[in-house]
Design a binder for this molecule. Structure first.
Ligand code: F6P
Length: 520
């Protein structure tokens, strides 16, 4: 069944939300906490190792009720069934959206045109496992008989950002292999990456769903040439593997058929790290950890598919984001992980969120008159507190923040972790409560003329995502949480989240300019 086509701004819930916004927009979070001693408990969802405290948002029980009404009016329930059920909800490309099938355990069924794709997925996972074990154990030998020490992932966008983020985030769980990433067509990037590598002990993964992407093919050809300076054509099979849906183009490139990993058109590039696109992840952290990453994502899938909307983490996060985007006029959201391991989470989410929901035409093909995709940005705490947080605390813009923290650190440096988490909580409290003029005066330390500059208005919304520990499973669960948030928002905004026509024009023009100006 196709997705319903409902203009959210014409729903009854939207009208009620507009009125509710006008009635409550000036209420301070301080007042909301004062009025309800159980506010934190009332607006927290606990799901095993995840604790989502959304009480510091400018919402009350009525807001949540109306937002759920909106979700019901746009038929979110039916849309979720279509998503997991393998309907062609990526209608403009005529494709299913089934990254969730990539983490569905063996034995289950997800049908695409009558075929159970879970069997294909499991077969590819078996191939990833065998390949990973062979390379990590040193059984896989390079052209001079030496074991592999380094892996280079050549890809861009979804064929780079997800794997790169996960490899970096899970480096605590690392195998002996060092994994590198080449993405930019900027030749200095590839040069810097290969300059210290030994071709005898390096494995190259060319990752491109289409195998036509200019950046990836250019980098792959440059690397092949560099490799052939010291090795011969016959050695390529020992050093190059590819991940793609375009098996003919892979064969033309000269990759040995045994080193080719397939992916499927029903997986979007920005949601593909769970497929063989994540081969670099499996090599970096071992296959068991890769499986655990998938398992964590599957746990979030089941939660999202079955929980009531009021208790459903991705649904609640998405609806609150709609509330700020469409009623408060907030333009951006900050993602603030209090873990240096998650340094690359924001660039990854920027593609996932902004390539998906940066649309201005609805499912009828009509221009949209309300706001859609949010701008996301952010960086890790505590570093960002010394960078951009001034603007979030005292600037003129409303920027809802996601704070992501862990109860435990990985190396157990308790003093550091306690200080880190004190900042995590401290920032949320400062944003929420602010500091009044009276409080500044009561401190008795500030000259009168300076008092206005030390006042914090507060009432700045944030959500606290507290996770027990950074593990492959909890990271998988976190990524899947954001994937489903994206889905819900696309449903509410009545857009197609899974195409990306907006990136095409620039690509075409770059090729034209290259042909005319540089290659004539
Ligand atoms: O930027 C557009 C895009 O198509 C992304 O959606 C995709 O992740 C990226 O290019 C790379 O595409 P491919 O994996 O086909 O090389």
């Amino acid at each position: 069944m196709a997705l319903k086509n409902v203009n959210p701004s014409k729903t009854q819930a939207w009208e009620k939300l507009e009125k509710h916004y006008n009635d409550t927009k000036d209420v301070h979070l301080r007042e909301l906490f004062a009025a309800n001693a159980n506010r934190q408990e009332d607006f927290t969802i606990v799901n095993n190792d995840f604790n989502i405290d959304y009480s510091k948002n400018r919402i009350d029980a009525t807001t949540m009720k109306l937002l759920v009404e909106l979700a019901n009016e746009v038929d979110l329930k039916g849309a979720i069934a279509s998503y997991f059920g393998g309907e062609k909800i990526n209608a403009t490309e005529g494709r299913e959206v089934l990254h969730t099938a990539l983490r569905t355990a063996a034995g289950y069924k997800v049908l695409v045109e009558g075929e159970n794709v879970v069997e294909d997925v499991q077969a590819t996972l078996g191939q990833i496992e065998a390949f990973t074990n062979k390379v990590v154990s040193g059984d896989w030998k390079g052209y001079t008989g030496k074991a592999i020490t380094d892996v280079v992932n050549i890809g861009i966008g979804g064929s780079d950002l997800g794997p790169q983020m996960v490899v970096d985030a899970l480096k605590y769980y690392k195998t002996p292999l060092d994994v590198h990433f080449v993405s930019n067509v900027d030749g200095d990037h590839v040069s810097e990456v290969v300059k210290n590598l030994n071709p005898e002990t390096t494995l190259f993964l060319i990752v491109s769903k289409t195998f036509t992407t200019q950046e990836t093919i250019t980098n792959a050809l440059t690397i092949k040439k560099w490799f052939l300076e010291s090795a011969s054509e016959g050695d390529i099979a020992k050093h190059f593997a590819a991940v793609s849906t375009n098996l003919d183009a892979v064969a033309d490139f000269g990759i040995d058929a045994a080193n080719v990993f397939t992916m499927w058109n029903w997986v979007g590039g920005r949601f593909s790290l769970w497929s063989a696109v994540g081969l670099s992840i499996s090599l970096a952290i071992g296959f068991d950890n890769f499986k655990a990453l998938l398992g964590g994502a599957e746990e979030m899938d089941r939660h999202f598919e079955t929980a009531d909307f009021e208790d459903n983490i991705p649904v609640v996060l998405a609806l609150i984001s709609v509330w700020y985007n469409n009623f408060y006029g907030a333009e951006s959201e900050a993602i603030l992980p209090y873990s240096q391991y998650l340094e690359k989470l924001t660039p990854y989410l920027q593609q996932a969120i902004m390539e998906s929901n940066g649309k201005s035409v609805d499912r009828n093909g009509d221009t949209i008159a309300y706001q859609t995709g949010t701008i996301v940005w952010g960086s890790t705490g505590t570093n960002m507190q010394h960078a951009f947080m001034q603007l979030v605390h005292q600037g003129t813009k409303l920027i809802p923040c996601d704070f992501i923290g862990y109860e435990e650190s990985l190396y157990g440096k308790e003093e550091h972790h306690n200080k880190l988490m004190s900042n995590y909580y401290g920032q949320q409290e400062a944003l929420c409560n602010g500091k009044t003029k009276e409080e500044v005066i009561a401190e008795g330390k500030t000259a009168e003329a300076v008092i206005p500059f030390k006042v914090f208005a507060g009432n700045k919304p944030s959500t606290a995502i507290l996770i027990k520990k950074l593990t492959p499973a909890s990271l998988g669960k976190l990524i899947a949480m954001y994937e489903h948030k994206i889905f819900v928002q696309g449903i509410v905004w009545n857009i197609y989240s899974y195409d990306q026509w907006g990136v095409e024009l620039g690509k075409v023009l770059a090729n034209k300019i290259y042909a005319e100006k540089y290659n004539s």
